[in-house]
Design a protein around this ligand. Structure first.
Ligand code: ME8
Length: 643
């Protein structure tokens, strides 16, 4: 019987649309769910929406709709977003579903049977933003101590849960299960809080109506946090006729939550479960916050990032990668498009994308486009084994960013191996060099097959694309370490290389999104007069920083949908021709350029023009907008310098 693994995200409020914080928790949970499936475990991954309570009741009223209409609309957005991000949740629980309400009634029945509920009067402060009760001394400058939301005074009949009776039992649980709250700093925080003593908790409301009716007393609705926390078992069938999944999968292996809702998960939830005689979760992991301008991003603060444009432009994988790589799991981090695009270009386009397309291109050029046999063993196989075991260890110890580190270190090893062996030089040698060349390419392709397998939980789309490039599918289950090396299909034909991550011109992108995006945008016309366009004097050293070389055009074609742009493949004497986009189609037909020599700026930062990456610039004199190509006075070898 394979092991079982239950992972959950918080269920999100439906008062507003999701932002990067909700995306983060859900993506991280998805990464772990996929990883555990690849370990051969039976996984249940749950997410959903928290639809009751004062906050939703008020938001709906302000929008002039019924709460359920608001919920339906936001749920639709969540479901689309999760699909776009390739989230592989096994269920989506809504707290307005009958199966959930049945579970809430059942847990209250059990808590009541344990003698832990009594009726009284609640008088105190309430924060609708956090849906939390506070006593006067907890407030900070008259606001909620956790998030600074406004609070209001309540005085209403209420049912109470004897939370105070659970102080010692909770402390015992924390002591006996030091891994139950992670990271350690959060564990200490919770223990200190509980050591300070617990007050009984109000678990019903009478001044709102949008909630689960309190069993046996229809004047009350269930306090929204007791209602919401129960989602973790209602989604498994607890309290329903078919509770097989509950019996098989509960307790949860990990509740993944933001640190904002630690107290509810580490104090209230275990106490409710103890009272109801149910098993306690194995781990509650409180991750950090995505910040903007030093403040937590939140719907109420209105400082949120909704990365719709990035998602639309680049698909889900780069965003999934960035979220997992940028934030040390557990710590806070700041989100910026710039940090995202920098990692994208450096780590995805350069390190991963280039290594894959370069290796495939060389296999076509030098090895007939079929996968050659890799080395049977050696330093690259050893480095692959290290990447494999380190990334598994990192994932098992809840450090996904370290797993990515290990994989990218291995990519560096592969790149170093290519540079050292220099297939483009080996290709010019005799039989022994050719054999070495084939072995080099086979070894790199095998290394990339392993990389694809290891990145699959993080970037499922790209991983399967690389695997299909390499003519192997992704394995459903990770191999044993002894079986890791040598799975590549020797002799299989490779499809042509295609760029996996087209490079992005960061400045152009940021400028474009600044003018597109409203609040961060700048007015299209500026009152500041344009600067003098004549460049100022430069020194010879400054000029020498421009690498000018002669190249021979090998291929030319029109860029689709463009009247002006040509896509050229220019031989600069490097291992493969460079793709360069030139604005010359109004003057030159593609076929006239093939075979011609041109002068190229070879160290220009790559840009993407009409979706095509350009890695250099062809020089031309320009008179009244008409280009005149510059060329050497006689044929020279591609790559010859110009000065
Ligand atoms: O709290 N950085 O729902 P919610 C990182 N319904 N993560 C963030 C974040 C940020 N800036 N902002 C939000 C609720 N999150 C309750 C949960 S569970 C039984 C009920 C993430 O819509 C993080 O996981 O306010 C946080 O805990 C959650 O979204 C809060 O989502």
């Amino acid at each position: 019987m394979s092991e079982r693994y239950l992972i959950t995200t918080p269920i999100y409020y439906v008062n507003d649309l999701p932002h990067i914080g909700h995306i983060y928790t859900t993506v991280m949970a998805d990464i772990f769910a996929r990883y555990h499936r690849m370990k051969g475990e039976q996984v249940v991954f749950l997410t959903g929406t928290d639809e009751h309570g004062q906050k939703i009741e008020r938001s709906a009223k302000a929008k002039g709709v019924a709460p359920i209409e608001l919920a339906n609309e936001v749920v639709r957005r969540y479901e689309t977003l999760w699909k776009d991000l390739e989230i592989s949740n096994d269920d989506f629980i809504r707290t307005t579903e009958p199966r959930h309400e049945a579970a809430v009634a059942e847990i209250i029945r059990r808590i009541q049977a344990a003698g832990d509920i009594y009726k009284g009067e609640y008088t105190g402060w309430y924060c609708a933003g956090c849906e939390a009760f506070y006593v006067e001394t907890q407030l900070v400058e008259g606001r909620c101590p956790d998030q600074g939301h406004p609070v209001e005074l309540l005085s209403e009949p209420s049912y109470f849960f004897r939370l105070s009776a659970y102080r010692d039992k909770l402390l015992d649980w924390y002591r006996d299960n030091p891994g139950c709250i992670q990271p350690k700093s959060r564990y200490n925080e919770v223990v200190r809080f509980v050591e300070g003593g617990l007050r009984d908790l109000s678990i019903s409301r009478t001044s709102i109506t949008w909630g689960v009716p309190f069993p046996g007393d229809p004047d009350h609705v269930v306090y929204v946090w007791l209602d919401a926390l129960t989602n973790y078992i209602s989604a498994l069938g607890f309290g329903s006729d078919d509770d097989t999944r509950f019996r098989e999968f509960w307790p949860a292996d990990i509740h993944l939550v933001g640190k904002d809702i630690l107290r509810f998960h580490c104090v209230y939830w275990p106490a409710f479960l103890m009272s109801a005689g149910l098993a306690l979760p194995k781990t509650i992991f409180g991750h950090g916050w995505w910040l903007r301008d030093e403040a937590k991003m939140s719907k109420s603060a209105g400082n949120v990032v909704r990365p719709d444009a990035l998602l639309k432009k680049l698909g889900p994988d780069p965003l999934r990668y960035f979220l997992a790589r940028e934030m040390t799991f557990g710590a806070d981090s700041s989100f910026s498009d710039e940090a995202f695009l920098t990692r994208y270009n450096a780590e995805l386009a350069n390190k991963l994308g280039n290594t894959v397309s370069r290796t495939i291109a060389m296999t076509h050029r030098f090895a007939g486009g079929r996968i050659p046999a890799p080395q049977a063993s050696g330093p690259i196989a050893e480095a692959a084994a290290i990447a494999f075991t380190s990334s598994i260890e990192a994932m098992d110890s809840l450090a996904p960013q370290k797993a990515l580190d290990a994989i990218w270190k291995f990519l560096e090893v592969l790149n170093g191996f290519i540079q050292e062996r220099a297939p483009w030089t080996l290709a010019k040698g005799g039989a022994p060099e050719r054999q070495l060349l084939e072995e080099t390419l086979g070894t790199c392709l095998e290394g990339l097959r392993i990389v694809a397998m290891l990145i699959a939980p993080f970037m499922p789309g790209i991983a399967s694309k690389i695997s299909s490039h390499l003519a192997t599918g992704l394995p459903d289950v990770l191999p044993e370490p002894s079986e890791l090396w040598g799975g590549v299909q020797v002799g299989a034909p490779l499809p042509p290389a295609e760029p996996l991550f087209p490079r992005i011109d960061i400045n152009a992108y940021l400028k474009e999104s600044a003018t597109d995006d409203g609040p961060a945008g700048k007015p299209a016309s500026s009152p500041v007069p344009p600067e003098d366009q004549t460049p100022k004097e430069i020194s010879i050293d400054e000029f020498a920083r421009t690498r000018l070389v002669v190249g021979t055009v090998r291929e030319a074609e029109l860029v689709p949908k463009s009247k002006k742009l040509l896509r050229l493949m220019v031989d600069l004497g490097e291992e493969s021709p460079r793709q360069i986009v030139a604005g010359m189609a109004t003057k030159y037909a593609p076929e006239d350029l093939v075979g011609r020599q041109v002068v190229v700026v070879a160290n220009l930062k790559p840009v993407t023009l009409m979706g095509v990456e350009s890695r250099g610039m062809v020089l031309a004199a320009s008179e009244d907008g008409e280009p005149f190509i510059l060329a050497p006075d006689g044929p020279v070898s591609p790559g010859t310098g110009v000065r």
